[in-house]
Design a protein around this ligand. Structure first.
Ligand code: ADP
Ligand code: MG
Ligand code: MG
Length: 889
């Protein structure tokens, strides 16, 4: 015979899966002798049995419930339904993971026309008894019988008005009696049945209702969002009532053992005198802060604060505790690990190590790396009030203030004049990149958390709000509306990308700073982690920021961003339009000193840490104007000014644009394929790097460039490009008389490179897995199209578990990474390996990188602290033997 029902003294906190979170903790607290009203838990397995049995409780389980009930009656000396000494209970749902979608708690079950009289006599407090009964009718009807609370509230309001009362406590016992008559009529009208008087019937109806609520719409949606499996089921807790509403020596409250927003070690919470559980949250009366309990009930306060210490020591974590005081006696009704802000999570973890409650490894595991995002961006100073204008999806955290602009070009022009702007668009496309770069933040009225704007903004660490549908944009008029309000181009707004709020005007901000506790935690992380953490940075400012956050080098420095600087685009176009080698050389020689300057800045900021520099990657047409726009301009000029020089120039440009036009630029003439056909471009870049190294050497600054050839698919490509780099290095060495060290490697971002990694390693000193493109090429998805068109549906319908551009796809892309590392190290055991896709800043992907034996991960500057923590967690979770040791056989 299977056991489905457990008394509180038969369980413990380890039995969470069976008893649910609430039930397991009630049992645990009973076990350690805390004052918990007695009761029993019907297990999650009973919930599953209920569904297997066509949504009814089997007689087997009914018997076990009745058996437990009689033991509860024996323990309390009361009896369900006995007017002389009635047992009243609460019915509380309790899933394994706390779930807001589940059934609301029912209090005072066991009340009926007879027991209410008994309660009145026993307590010598008829008012209390009738008030409790009417509360029970209202709650039970709402939760079990599906009769809306509204009808009851309306009746109560009418009664108050008729009698000239302004609040509930003014109602007398006689008044409540009248209300109860009315309540019963409401029930009869809506359910066509009388309110159930048999307490056992009340009990089983409630248990059914809890089990049913496991599969209500709210609960299903919540489970899907939070990836909670549906087969877990919920438990039901039946607990004898204690009353906080018997008079002024009673009360009820909720408290955290530490401040959940700052982490400070002090009791934090509130309570109400003469009230029942639901009153604190209902907001009818304003609760008092917990510390005033010290004056009102000194002994209870002392006992409560001692209990908090006991619970914290016992669970070794900050607790969130519900309590009730009945006639001066304290009862604990719930405890659980308290939810907290990132700031509090860090402080609590670090201080608990210092207090000797947990060790360093545990502290590191206590903080969720994802949560740290909150702390690593500029944010709105909470001291100032904010009035929300509209709200969209919180697509990329951080806060920003700026004037509204509706066009990427305009954003760029204004930014160049030193203006702070926020780009507002229906949605963004790759053509808007320069505008995003120039803006403080981005708002789109369409698109989701994985839309182009969201992805790009997150990559750049910029605040972004997507799908802000309340905003109606009129691009032609250069304004947007929210209801009645109009916001015009140039108006100042402030946004909070972490909450999705848009506000009018400027609100002061605070810069992200790493608190002392945060730095302490990261120092501990560095002590245990084995993965290196580098950053993706293309300019000296980002490099500097990343150093402050603890980056140990640059894993990806993209050189095309240097070309995209508006002052350089004409030079780049000159280079592209060159008709022959000599003309191109002239253009390149003008670009060389500019590139050299960039490299000097970045290498100097990295102070001897390695810097992986990727040679030019995007197809050349990205540096030329848009084809459609050019055609329009040419057509206009043909009419207005047919013989002009301007027209000739534009036509020449259009010819070149047409030559470079590609069907599928993603798979076209780009990456090392550019270097193979126009070696002089890569040669210029390589020389610029080595001149920079030589110049820094003169200043006594050490630099370690790692030159990376993008998009290699065949070893012959790398062989040729590597030779080109070596030749450039030798030339600069000869010219400057300087000796310097450098390495040459490749980005592994097409499947063929991973599959032939043994050959490619012959020519490479390092591999850097470019998992953004490797994901595109492995799935055969173009990211922009996928995220804009079908990926969201794939994830919602569980075709894919996650967005593979956010969380590395271990089974497919991951297998290629593993293969690449293994084959590469077969050829070169010392081969250095890293990852430089966006995955390098995501915790699950970082864990995979550690398990696969990579040397480092690289991510955007603001994610460096996240990566340091995630790398430490991976080390703690997987001992060395779990890590695939990829040695040559
Ligand atoms: P939730 O999960 O929504 O917090 P709970 O089951 O914890 O629901 O209960 C709701 C309120 O009722 C809480 O304030 C709780 O303390 C109170 N409560 C629950 N059971 C009892 C009981 N047996 N006696 C007194 N108050 C109770
Ligand atoms: Mg609760
Ligand atoms: Mg690429």
């Amino acid at each position: 015979m299977k056991k489905f029902v457990y008394l509180f003294n038969e369980g413990n906190s380890e039995m969470r899966n069976l008893l649910g979170g609430k039930g397991a903790n009630l049992a645990e607290m009973t076990k350690i002798g805390l004052p918990v009203p007695f009761g029993f838990t019907i297990s999650t397995e009973a919930c599953n049995a209920y569904y297997e049995n066509n949504q009814s409780i089997s007689s087997e389980i009914q018997n076990q419930v009745l058996q437990a009930l009689s033991e509860l009656e024996a323990e309390t000396g009361k009896k369900l339904g006995n007017p002389a000494n009635p047992l009243l209970v609460s019915v509380r749902s309790g899933a394994v993971f706390s779930m807001p979608g589940m059934m609301d708690t029912i209090l005072n079950l066991g009340m009926n026309d007879e027991t209410v009289e008994g309660m009145a006599t026993l307590t010598n407090n008829p008012r209390f008894a009738y008030d409790s009964y009417r509360r029970f009718i209202q709650m039970f009807s709402d939760v079990v019988l599906d009769v809306d609370t509204f009808f009851f509230e309306r009746l109560l309001e009418e009664t108050r008005e008729n009698k000239g009362y302004s609040s509930d406590p003014e109602l007398t016992a006689e008044d409540w009696k009248e209300v109860i008559v009315g309540y019963k009529q409401i029930v009869k009208k809506h359910t066509r049945k009388s309110f159930p008087q048999d307490p056992k019937e009340q009990l089983f109806l409630s248990i059914n209702a809890v089990f049913d609520s496991w599969n209500n719409q709210r609960a299903i949606v919540y489970r899907r969002l939070n990836k909670i499996p549906g087969h877990l089921g919920t438990a039901v807790n039946i607990q004898s009532m204690v009353f906080g509403n018997m008079g002024n020596d009673c009360g009820t409250g909720v408290a955290f053992t530490r401040d959940p927003s700052t982490g400070e070690n002090r009791l934090y919470g509130e309570y109400l005198i003469n009230a029942q559980g639901e009153d604190v949250v209902a907001g009818i009366r304003t609760p008092q802060p917990i510390h005033t309990l010290k004056q009102e009930m000194p002994e209870v306060y002392q006992q409560f604060s001692d209990t908090c210490k006991v619970l914290e020591q016992h669970y070794r974590d900050m607790q969130d505790i519900e309590f009730t005081v009945e006639r001066g006696q304290l009862f604990i009704l719930q405890t659980r690990n308290g939810k907290r802000t990132a700031q509090a999570a860090i402080r609590v973890a670090v201080e608990m190590v210092k207090e000797g409650i947990i060790n360093k490894d545990e502290a590191l595991l206590r903080v969720d790396p994802d949560q740290l995002n909150q702390l690593l961006h500029r944010r709105i100073d909470d001291k100032f009030e904010r009035t929300q204008l509209a709200k969209g999806l919180p697509a990329s955290p951080g806060a920003a203030t700026g004037s509204v602009v509706f066009d990427a070009d305009e954003a760029e022009i204004l930014a160049k004049d030193g203006k702070k702007v926020i780009l507002v668009r229906p949605e963004t496309t790759p053509d808007d990149i320069h505008g995003i770069v120039a803006s403080q933040a981005v708002i789109t009225s369409r698109g989701g958390m994985t839309s182009h704007a969201a992805v790009v903004a997150r990559g750049m660490g910029k605040a972004c709000i997507c799908g802000c549908e309340a905003i109606k944009i009129d691009l032609a008029a250069k304004e947007f509306y929210v209801g009645e309000s109009v916001v015009k181009e140039g108006d100042i707004i402030t946004i909070d990308g972490g909450t999705g709020e848009v506000m009018l005007g400027e609100i002061p901000m605070i810069e992200p700073e790493l608190s002392n506790e945060f730095q302490q935690l990261l120092v501990w992380a560095d002590e245990v982690r084995q993965l290196g953490v580098r950053t993706n940075a293309d300019n000296p400012e980002d490099s500097q920021k990343a150093r402050e956050f603890g980056a140990e080098g640059i894993g990806l420095c993209r050189t095309e961003h240097m070309f995209m600087d508006p002052t350089r685009v004409p030079l780049v176009q000159e280079m592209i339009l060159a008709e022959n080698y000599d003309e191109r050389q002239i253009a390149l020689s003008k670009l060389l000193p500019l590139q050299q300057g960039d490299f000097e800045g970045i290498l100097e900021a990295m102070q001897g840490f390695p810097v992986t520099i990727r040679l030019l990657d995007p197809p050349l047409h990205e540096f030329l104007p848009d084809k459609e726009e050019l055609i329009v301009e040419c057509t206009k000029l043909q009419i207005t000014n047919p013989n002009s020089e301007e027209l000739k120039a534009k036509e020449l440009l259009l010819k070149k644009v047409r030559q470079l036009d590609e069907f599928n630029p993603m798979l076209g003439h780009r990456g090392c394929r550019l270097g193979m056909i126009y070696p002089e471009i890569y040669e210029m870049q390589a020389k610029a790097i080595f001149y920079a190294v030589a110049t820094l050497a003169d200043k006594g600054v050490e630099a370690k460039p790692e030159i990376m050839i993008p998009l290699v698919g065949h070893v012959n490509e790398l062989k040729q490009m590597r030779q080109l780099v070596i030749d450039a290095a030798n030339l600069v060495k000869e010219e400057t008389g300087r000796e310097f060290v450098y390495t040459v490697g490749t980005m592994v971002e097409v499947p063929r490179a991973a599959l032939t990694a043994d050959q490619i390693a012959e020519e490479a000193d390092f591999f850097s897995f470019g998992t953004n493109d490797l994901t595109q090429t492995t799935f055969g998805y173009s990211r922009d199209d996928a995220e804009g068109k079908f990926l969201q549906a794939y994830i919602e319908n569980k075709v894919l578990p996650d967005n593979p551009f956010a969380v590395l796809d271990r089974e497919g892309v991951g297998k290629l990474v593993e293969t690449g590392v293994r084959l590469g190290r077969q050829t070169k055991p010392e081969l250095k390996t890293g990852i430089c896709g966006e995955h390098g800043g995501e915790k699950s992907s970082i864990e995979f990188c550690y398990q696969t034996g990579l040397d480092y991960v690289s991510c955007s500057p603001y994610r460096v602290p996240i990566a340091r923590l995630a790398a430490a967690q991976a080390t703690i979770r997987f001992s060395e033997k779990d890590v695939e040791t990829l040695v040559v056989k």
